[in-house]
Write a protein that binds this ligand. Structure first.
Ligand SMILES: Nc1ncnc2c1ncn2[C@@H]1O[C@H](COP(=O)(O)OP(=O)(O)OP(=O)(O)O)[C@@H](O)[C@H]1O
Ligand SMILES: [Mg+2]
Length: 266
């Protein structure tokens, strides 16, 4: 697979107010390999997605979309590459003052390349794909949490991206809602989309991804398959998979950048 078919982070460091959020972070998302980044709340998962999209500037290191290094570039210079990626934000991030249909068609309307009729057809197709076409004229405030997530996915799909990032797509949903979102992600993958999810929900991760990255205290402690993760002897990974009363090291506010004793499959 050529590097034009991947998104990469190389040796990235990022801090907020002097606190290290990511340290020497390397990451590679190839087309066709669906990945999940796991980590406790506050570990830096959403931050990684923002860095990948060029919404945040790292202290050092580089982000590549395809062959283009976007780090330090003005957004206008990587807009075409950026359009290959869509994101479903953690809270859905729908515009409250717009209907569902307007939310889903917003980006296409902004681009100004398609007629209103063409946009309406795409909006209906995407809403139908996620199973909420009857919500076309409703406002976000009139939707349940599960419906909001589905509309957010439909909006992400509108511009036909190659990669779709999901930030905690199942958090706060009931078991049926979780099942529906996992099913949607699997259907998208079957259609050739590559998904990158960040979450702390293991069941969602294992049912939708092939590769897993475990983030802990600003560093990657593990990268590998589900089988490798379940067989890992790294204490933090074991604790994440099956929490015990020893969870004191999940104090992510006091970042202690000790070297991991063991790094598997990097
Ligand atoms: N704008 C900000 N100002 C100050 N600190 C921030 C800001 N954004 C994020 N942080 C801090 O950076 C760290 C990483 O945040 P991030 O949102 O990436 O975590 P996360 O892994 O996505 O957490 P969650 O699972 O709760 O969504 C957190 O400790 C957070 O407090
Ligand atoms: Mg987050």
């Amino acid at each position: 697979m050529s590097s034009s078919d991947s998104i990469r982070i190389e040796k990235l460091c990022y801090s907020i107010g002097g606190r290290k959020i990511l340290q020497d972070f390397d990451f590679h998302l190839e087309r066709g390999v669906n990945r999940t980044i796991l980590g406790v709340s506050g570990a830096g998962k959403t931050t990684i997605l923002k860095l990948l999209l060029g919404l945040l500037e790292p202290d050092s290191g580089k982000v590549f979309i395809g062959n283009l290094c976007i780090t330090g570039l003005p957004e206008a210079q990587f807009l075409e590459q950026r359009k290959r990626i869509a994101i479903v934000f953690q809270g859905g991030a729908l515009f409250d003052s717009m209907t569902v249909g307007e939310n889903v068609g917003y980006r296409l309307l902004e681009e100004g390349k398609l007629s209103q009729g063409e946009i309406t057809n795409i909006v209906l197709e995407k809403l139908s794909f996620v199973g909420v076409e009857t919500a076309l004229d409703l406002y976000p405030a009139e939707l349940s949490g599960g419906m909001k997530k589905r509309v957010a996915i439909a909006r992400a799909l509108a511009a036909d991206p190659d990669y779709i990032f999901f930030d905690e797509p199942t958090t706060g949903l009931d078991p049926i809602g979780v099942h529906n979102i996992c099913n949607l992600m699997q259907r998208l993958q079957a259609e050739g989309k590559t998904t990158l999810m960040v979450t702390h929900d293991l069941a969602t991760a294992f049912s939708t991804s092939q590769r897993f990255t475990f983030l802990h205290k600003a560093r990657i402690l593990f990268e590998g398959s589900e089988e490798e993760m379940r067989g890992s002897s790294i204490p933090e990974v074991c604790e994440f998979l099956e929490p015990t009363d020893r969870s004191l090291f999940y104090d992510v506010q006091t970042v202690n950048l000790k070297q991991p004793e063991q790094v598997e499959s990097l």
